[in-house]
Design a binder for this molecule. Sequence first.
Ligand code: MN
Length: 242
Amino acid sequence: MNILITNDDGIYSPGIAALAKIALRFGTVRVVAPDVEQSSMGHAITHSRPLSIKSSPITFENINSHRVNGTPADCVALGLHLYPDTQVVLSGINMGPNLGNSMWHSGTLAAAKQAVLLGVRGIALSTPVGKTEPDFEALDAYVEQVLKTLLDEDELALFNVNFPPEPKGIKWTRQSVRLYDGHVVPGIDPMERKHFWITVSALEAAEEDTDRWAVENDYVSITPLRLDLTNEAELEKRKHDQ
Ligand code: MN
């Protein structure tokens, strides 16, 4: 199996090194990732300037790897152009969860979405970060088990996977979309200029069987997604009213 790996934390993130190491057990691995962090860039693509791609052999032993001065979605577009025989795109392992609302901002998930838009299966993988870096060794067996399950299928599909620090099992979940408090916190910089931090904190508890609920309860969460955002119930109602 030919696997393309990218992320939004940048090519020097320990998360992408951990993912590449595990993915090697499933086939040929190539890495095309952003040269600097691109977290929360969503599905942005670069269309107003040319992109550059440079060989980046430092982090990955015996793996063909490149860094790109663009977004995660750019990396997937370029990666699939370079390696048209790619069968699946893996994005991650992100240092930080991509659950519920954050799917809308996530660069990690956007890379997997971009793969599906280009006709290749996409899987996004993330884990929360506490005061210390994630213990990727501890997650190794669970990442392998999830990849074994998801890589076994042939269909064009999109999955969002989140790993708690100490998993006790795996759950299939749906996306939790609950309101969050996206408030702005003002501050003063050392030059006494005003600046602002944007914060995101959940206002409501997660519903059972959702991605947030699973990770809060120490389960690996796998959410099957689709690109079609159409509100089917609303569409049916409007058509009926016509
Ligand atoms: Mn990130």
